[in-house]
Ligand binder design. Sequence first.
Ligand SMILES: C[S@@+](CC[C@H](N)C(=O)[O-])C[C@H]1O[C@@H](n2cnc3c(N)ncnc32)[C@H](O)[C@@H]1O
Length: 202
Amino acid sequence: MLKNSLSLRAFFNGRVDIWDETVAEKDVTKLTRMATRLHLEPGATILDVGTGTGVFLPYMLNLIGGDGRVVAIDIADQMLLRAKDKGFQGNISYIYADIMSLPLGDEIFDTVVCYSSFPHFQDRLQALQEAYRVIRRGGWLLICHTSSRAHINEVHGQMDVVKHDTIPDADEMRSMLSTAGFSDIAIENGSDSYLAHARKPQ
Ligand SMILES: C[S@@+](CC[C@H](N)C(=O)[O-])C[C@H]1O[C@@H](n2cnc3c(N)ncnc32)[C@H](O)[C@@H]1O
């Protein structure tokens, strides 16, 4: 694990007890609305990157139903354990893993979701290339937040460990996604949400 990833892991593990109360998104309407924008099909197999305490899990599970499956990964073991301890109903595997080097086979996911996690990936291109590798042909990558890009970049800028963990501008995001091999790239930078979607060609 990179040195910065170790600091990040400690940063997030150190916030596990306050996360749900004071940091995580609690607005059910915003979370529901974002989940429905991801076009998750019933029965889909999803990789949830940076699951944390599992804030977004129930919203995705609700859409994919009992035939769906989520693999939830995080580099912060304590955050992931908290998600697991919540006992969400559904077909979920929790794996302590880094998106930049996944212990998973090729082309096994319909969709890779990065909810509130992308800015923290230390090597974005490597993360996108790993996501591309594990997505099936025709499957989707979704990078999403329930706050605006400007708000997230401002909040991160106030904290030493994550001050460089920003969402890039649309040109840079588009260029990275394209370099990683994705097509059908669209970036929606809203006033209280952010969604970048991209597809692995058939
Ligand atoms: C801002 S938190 C969001 C957690 C959760 N998605 C939420 O909204 O509450 C970002 C999460 O991404 C995880 N993370 C950061 N870099 C990662 C990486 N390279 N691979 C997997 N997870 C990572 C962190 O450990 C942290 O739990």
